[in-house]
Design a protein around this ligand. Sequence first.
Ligand code: UDP
Length: 236
Amino acid sequence: MKKTTQLYEGKAKKVFLTESGDLVIQEFKDDATAFNNKKKGSIADKGIVNNAISCKLFTLLEEHGIRTHLVEKLSEREMLCRFLDIIKVEVVVRNIAAGSLVKRYGFAEGTVLQQPIVEFYLKDDDLDDPLMNESHAVALGVATLDELAVLKSRAEAINAVLKTFFAEKKLKLVDFKLEFGRHHNEILLGDEISPDTCRFWDLDTNEKMDKDRFRFDLGGVEDAYSEVQRRVLEID
Ligand code: UDP
């Protein structure tokens, strides 16, 4: 499948149209940003690692009956995907308190939540992706109430599959962000699932093994990403 025009260039990926109007190619870059673009850098081979991890996790979710945009992994950095009408809602699922949950609500970092928290954020960089509830999303016209209910239940189902999978890999799935899109009357999971979009803590040591190492200059960023890849793909 050949790339045609570039549709979009984001912080971590480029998206290209293909000769088939229904398919796009996501190309994963090494560029890294944090704090809404205020911190910029690069993580060596991140694009390769995130593509490999995302393809594996989307395949796992498909095996559990959760539909995603993945068609196939094309190359080290390229994923062939169904062309989605992206819903401008970022869905965050949390199992353990960290990041903005700690800042906003005063939880102690590491508090295990009684049940997962699902949050909606408006996908809008200019506004710093504000937290929103269903009424905001409907008023803004970004999704219908029915669609938001699908996003929430889909996010919970994805969390159940991923939490079990990562526990087997000796990783705690602390929290993660999902994006969905419309495709022929269906809602599919899109974007990526990777150490850029999830928090992973080592099950035994609680060591952070995700983008927080980049965000907070903890060092060992590349090693953490490749260790997650090794565990997810079970590479010796
Ligand atoms: N996240 C993301 N993209 C965003 C915001 C958050 O992938 O634009 C992920 C983030 O990596 C973490 C989870 O969503 O795994 C929850 O992030 P949080 O709200 O704590 O915000 P942050 O601390 O990243 O600002």
